[in-house]
Design a protein around this ligand. Structure first.
Ligand code: GLU
Length: 492
């Protein structure tokens, strides 16, 4: 048997360090067994998936040196490797599950299901799909089908007993069928859900080991049952521990930058980041902290993964990155890497036109643009005190701008300007007053060239991290305040 592993990211949002962490362990496991590592794009959520996010994932993994053998960019024997191009395949298996009596059609409207949930809550019952589709007679189903009524296909789940999942790291995990929903397999739009597509693809792509994050453990019973229904052998499962913030909560961008691109833009070495990810729940036999991907590939052993939640701590990463810079780069390489990162003619050519009319001598230039080459800024509350708006209002502006920026795919000067101007108008704040806290947050001062140009030059990752840091400098937001603001933001 050839070992085949895969990483199956959904192209929504920024490329996440968690994706790289899982990819790294899959790559190591495959290589250790002389097998193959596949990249599959799980883009069945057509509303949230974007081509730009897919490109960003591929670029980020490549930057980290986590190369795959088959994927949407490379092709391979088991393609296509993008789920949106495989809709017919999933439909075929959904039909097969219907024909074998393991799945059923459900015509319940979203309103009907909402009512069902409300009734269950009112009665103090657990909220779950109640199997109403199973009550329909074959005649009724045919009548509704002929009438073209929208419907989904759901899988049947045993009503009693429990399911036992074997996990390579955790051993047997028992889950009650009562806790498992009659999962939708095919949505009303004809697209599969994650569960159906994932099982079908892992089987057809001959994946032998599914190594993924522990957040998927609860999906495993459904997957195991689908393998049984379809008469297929299930790959071995291995759920890796989730990355955590230093306070042990699940790694989240509110507390830690999670985008791989952020680390790229901040000037970390890809070797060091990959090294750091390799330390997440795993260690070298001799426990040394600094090691290359080649070292890890040579020594990898899944059995050495420990289940205690690995902490992704930027301070530790900084320390490790410093080691790499000091020990692994000679003066020439240090120079070259710095140039490649951003200290190059191309970047200066983009920056200098903004500053030429504002300086009196060359020695003014570098101090005026240094913030474009820096990471997070050293700010304090007093930096914001000359701004017109009250402090609480400034926090609100920063938070709303941040949410808007997180949703905004167009990071051009024009896109930023149009969007932020619109936001200021909706918040009923004069543009200059609205922009002042953003100036301080991203540039450290209001005395710089257009903030939109500065943001465009800084890029989304660093800009957003600075805005997030500024919100903290101004006292931050409690959960309750965040909830309240979220509502207000949504109603704008
Ligand atoms: N598409 C899922 C994700 O975004 C894949 C989970 C899995 O590996 O099964 O993480």
């Amino acid at each position: 048997m050839t070992v085949r592993t895969r990483i199956a990211p959904s192209p929504t949002g920024d490329p996440h360090v968690g994706t790289a962490y899982i990819a790294l362990f899959n790559l190591c496991f495959a290589r250790q067994h002389g097998g193959q590592f596949v990249l599959r794009i799980e883009d069945t959520d057509q509303q949230r998936s974007t081509a730009a996010a897919e490109t960003a994932i591929l670029d980020s993994l490549r930057w980290l040196g986590l190369d795959w053998d088959e994927g949407p960019d490379k092709g391979g024997e088991f393609g296509p490797y993008r789920q949106s191009e495989r809709a017919e395949i999933y439909r075929h298996y959904a039909e097969q599950l219907l024909a074998s009596g393991h799945a059923f059609r459900c015509f319940a409207t979203p309103q009907e299901l909402d009512q069902m949930r409300r009734d269950q809550m009112a009665a103090g019952e657990p909220v779950k799909y109640d199997g109403r589709g199973l009550q329909l007679s074959e005649q009724e189903v045919q009548r509704r089908l002929a009438a073209g009524e929208p419907h989904v296909i759901r899988m049947k789940i045993p009503e009693q007993g429990s399911c036992v999942i074997q996990d390579l790291l955790r051993g047997a995990i028992e889950i009650d069928w009562q806790q498992v929903d009659m999962q939708i397999l095919l949505k009303a739009d004809g697209m599969p859900t994650y569960h159906l597509a994932n099982v079908v693809d892992d089987h057809l792509m001959q994946i032998t080991h599914v190594i993924r994050g522990e957040e998927w453990i609860n999906s495993a019973p459904k997957h195991q049952l689908l393998y049984q229904y379809l008469g297929w052998e299930m790959p071995q499962l291995c759920h890796l521990p989730l990355l955590r913030n230093p306070d042990k909560s699940k790694l989240s961008k509110r507390k830690n930058p999670t985008s791989i691109r952020y680390y790229q833009r901040m000037g970390y070495l890809p070797e060091a980041l990959t090294n750091y990810l390799g330390r997440m729940g795993w260690s070298m036999p001799d426990e040394r902290e600094k090691f290359s991907l080649a070292d890890m590939l040579a020594e990898f052993d899944l059995g050495r993964v420990s289940l205690g939640g690995p902490i992704f701590d930027v301070e530790k990463l900084d320390w490790l990155n410093g080691q790499w810079i000091r020990d692994e780069l000679d003066a020439e390489q240090f120079f070259q890497r710095l140039v490649d990162w951003g200290l190059n003619e191309q970047r200066l050519q983009r920056i200098l036109p903004h500053i030429q009319s504002r300086v009196e001598k060359f020695s003014d230039v570098v101090p005026r643009i240094s913030y474009l080459f820096a990471g997070l800024l050293e700010l304090s509350e007093s930096d914001f005190s000359d701004n017109k708006l009250e402090q609480a209002e400034q926090v609100k502006v920063l938070q709303f701008a941040l949410w808007w920026m997180e949703q905004n795919p167009d990071w051009s000067r024009a896109g930023l300007f149009a969007g932020l101007k619109d936001l200021a108008q909706k918040m009923d704040i004069k543009l200059a007053d609205f922009l002042a806290p953003l100036f301080v947050a991203t540039a450290g001062t209001t005395a710089t060239f257009s903030i939109m140009d500065a943001m465009e030059l800084l890029g989304p990752e660093v800009t957003r991290a600075r805005v997030r840091a500024a919100i903290d400098v101004l006292g931050g937001l409690s959960k309750k305040q965040t909830k309240k603001l979220e509502k207000e933001f949504a109603s704008l």
